[in-house]
Design a protein around this ligand. Structure first.
Ligand code: P71
Length: 468
């Protein structure tokens, strides 16, 4: 493997504090063993999310100083509009403060109760926004997406047979649009192939249903197409992005990922009537159409970020750094989800901690141990986040996968810090027998993972145990 050396040098640094194990242990107790409740200042390497955590370039910061803060018609809006059009090719560009607002505006406008939106796998916020309209959020990804061992190059692909069946069953009139999430975050950051996108387009065309992308990580998806899909190696990522978006009628975007900004998003589409309705709602809840909940400077940073993210040196470093972490772990026998995705490495907690049953939250236990022992923060994607209560019996229905996601912020950590993460996890894996399960002591009625509290089932400090 080519070592993914950083295609930038560092001009501004943000010191990070090292904490002691004792201090982290205290913080964990205080936080009820919930890492969302731990102050970021006490985290050494923060891999909670790659969303809004990017480092901006000198070019983006310079753009921030050129913010035109006029209420209407800011020059930064026109630059932003031109950039989005040059990448996506859709007629209308509507800025929003982040991705979920773009989703909310779109679904509030086009969905009626009882309708359905198929997607490869809906991300939490798209699902929640679809369901908020009392419509169904249907996942139609290929079945291999749910197998953590299956190594397919495009595990984010739509299952076209399932999609056609769903359209026939539900009826075209109850499906105002089909979505494709690129890359498929909830399935491990796996890409969707151009062929699959083209075939999805052909299928929805037969019914006259519009196709939208949830485009948060579109540049990473396009880079995977270049690397893996026959016929694309010689094309530039920009050309690939043009072709990809040409199969759609619009997209929602959280620019907090591949926009390389800390806040921002947009909705871009061709349909004039939908745009008019969405714009009216935008004015009601978000802001005037030339700023959409953002400052002029934010629009400028986003315009510049969207161009920078398509730089192929950047992308090969980005995808390479995530792969570098995954390969170090894989080579040491640490169980991870395969193949390695574009923005994160996922630890397979069921295999990492086979001695902890699912009712005792193995992925949460692993995330807690990783923070306590090494100051590294990941996020649980397992029973805490997706466990459901059976209304009849009151028993928990466990999700198939128990994962700890290590999402890598863009341009933030050096490869040495990533090596530290890998070595820490490899060491933790060797001492995994010392990790114990958790019991839930508090849960909120919705989105419980943000505020849940736990207690440890057997508090044995694993470092001491290893020494004895
Ligand atoms: C991620 C996030 C951020 C997040 C959001 C909610 C709970 C926990 C973490 C956000 C996405 C996403 C996709 C595919 C839309 C959004 C929403 N991801 N689609 O992975 O991954 O964007 O946060 O800007 O509203 O940590 P938004």
């Amino acid at each position: 493997m080519k070592f993914p050396s950083e295609p930038f040098k560092i001009k501004v640094v943000e010191p990070i504090r090292r904490t002691t194990r004792e201090e982290r242990d205290r913080l964990l107790r205080h936080a009820g063993y919930n890492l969302f409740q731990v102050p970021a200042e006490s985290v050494y390497v923060d891999l909670l999310t790659d969303s809004g955590t990017s480092a901006m370039s000198d070019n983006q910061w310079a753009g921030m100083m050129l913010g035109d803060e006029s209420y209407a018609g800011s020059k930064n809006y026109f630059h932003f509009e031109e950039v989005v059009r040059s990448i996506c090719g859709y007629q209308h560009v509507i800025p929003t403060h982040q991705g979920r607002m773009a989703e909310n505006l779109l679904f509030s406008t086009v969905l009626k109760p009882g309708m359905c939106v198929p997607n490869n796998i809906h991300f939490d916020t798209t699902r929640a926004n679809v369901e908020h309209q009392r419509a169904e959020a249907l996942d139609v990804v290929i079945k291999e997406a749910y197998d953590p061992h299956c190594e397919m190059p495009f595990k984010g692909n739509m299952d076209l047979i399932q999609l056609a069946d769903a359209i026939d069953r539900i009826g075209r009139d109850r499906i105002p649009l089909v979505m494709i999430t690129i890359t498929n975050n909830s399935g491990g950051g796996q890409p969707v192939s151009m062929a699959n996108i083209r075939e999805t387009r052909a299928l929805v065309n037969r019914y006259g249903i519009p196709l939208f992308f949830d485009a948060c990580r579109f540049a990473e998806n396009c880079f995977f197409i270049k690397e893996r899909e026959p016929g694309y190696a010689e094309k530039s990522v920009v050309e690939i992005a043009h072709e990809l978006f040409s199969y759609g009628d619009g997209c929602t975007m959280s620019a907090k990922k591949d926009g390389l900004v800390n806040i921002g998003g947009f909705l871009s589409l061709n349909d004039d009537q939908w745009t008019q309705d969405i714009t009216n709602l935008l004015i009601l809840v978000e802001g005037f159409p030339t700023y959409g909940g953002l400052a002029g400077r934010d629009l400028e940073a986003m315009a510049r970020g969207l161009l920078e993210v398509l730089d192929e040196d950047y992308l090969s470093f980005r995808v390479g750094q995530v792969r570098y972490l995954g390969e170090l772990l894989d080579q040491a026998g640490v169980p991870i989800l395969k193949p390695i995705g574009g923005h994160a490495v996922y630890l397979n907690a069921k295999e990492f901690l086979p001695h902890i049953q699912q009712a005792q939250f193995p992925a949460q236990s692993l995330a807690v141990a990783l923070y306590r022992e090494y100051g590294i923060r990941g996020v649980e994607i397992g029973t805490v986040m997706f466990g459901k209560k059976d209304v009849g019996t009151g028993r928990t229905i466990h999700p198939e996968l128990e994962m700890v996601r290590l999402a890598i912020p863009r341009r933030v950590y050096t490869n040495m810090q990533i090596t530290y993460v890998a070595e820490s996890i490899i060491e933790l894996y060797r001492r995994r027998q010392g990790i114990h399960g958790l019991a839930l002591t508090y849960e909120a009625p919705v989105l419980r993972h943000f505020t849940a509290r736990f207690e440890e089932l057997r508090a044995i400090p694993i470092l001491q145990q290893a020494a004895s």
